[in-house]
Design a protein around this ligand. Structure first.
Ligand SMILES: CC(C)(COP(=O)(O)OP(=O)(O)OC[C@H]1O[C@@H](n2cnc3c(N)ncnc32)[C@H](O)[C@@H]1OP(=O)(O)O)[C@@H](O)C(=O)NCCC(=O)NCCS
Length: 141
């Protein structure tokens, strides 16, 4: 995870202890090509059964982009919670992430829509008070 974070412009680089805790406490899916780690996706579920799955981070190293890895990672985390809606927060200017999320919703045959920032806790969406991410919702019901 640390190598991928270091190679991905919008990911914070965390130490091994922090990443190990994420793997223990959250859903973390790792993608590799030929044994080389190329991407990961991290998600958490809300506290109640009706809460969504929050995709907190997805990152693919530049050399492996536009090969479907991001889409495969989202499909993998989403399939771990097939009944929950999916919330993903992105910066408005992150063209790749927004296009990926739209493509992912299309691949499920579902719509994606922007929801008010106060709909969910920032900690669940995976960003802090100073960050300007905005949440998007894929409703599965
Ligand atoms: C966003 C990111 C994860 C996409 O990963 P990826 O493996 O390249 O995505 P995919 O190959 O699965 O792309 C699926 C679709 O998303 C869209 N897409 C992905 N990157 C795009 C880009 N740079 N510009 C426009 N559309 C893009 C395309 O529709 C693409 O399908 P296509 O290649 O058939 O046209 C990757 O660019 C990344 O790691 N960025 C830096 C980290 C980041 O910003 N993460 C999101 C914030 S949480």
């Amino acid at each position: 995870m640390r190598w991928i974070q270091a190679d991905s412009e919008s990911a914070t680089i965390h130490d091994v202890k922090f990443n190990s805790a994420s793997i223990r406490e959250k859903t973390v899916v790792l993608a590799d090509i030929g044994g080389c780690p190329v991407g990961f996706c991290q998600a958490v579920t809300g506290r109640s059964l009706s809460d969504p799955l929050f995709v907190q981070m997805i990152a693919v190293v530049p050399a492996a982009r536009r090969r479907g890895v991001g889409l495969a990672l989202l499909a993998a985390v989403a399939s771990s919670e097939p009944a929950r809606d999916i919330v993903m927060a992105t910066l408005d200017g992150n063209v790749a992430a927004r296009a990926l999320n739209e493509g992912f919703a299309r691949s499920l045959g579902l719509a994606i829509r922007r929801v008010p920032i106060r709909s969910y806790r920032r900690s669940e969406m995976g960003f802090g008070p100073g960050e300007k991410h905005r949440p998007w919702l894929i409703a599965r019901a």
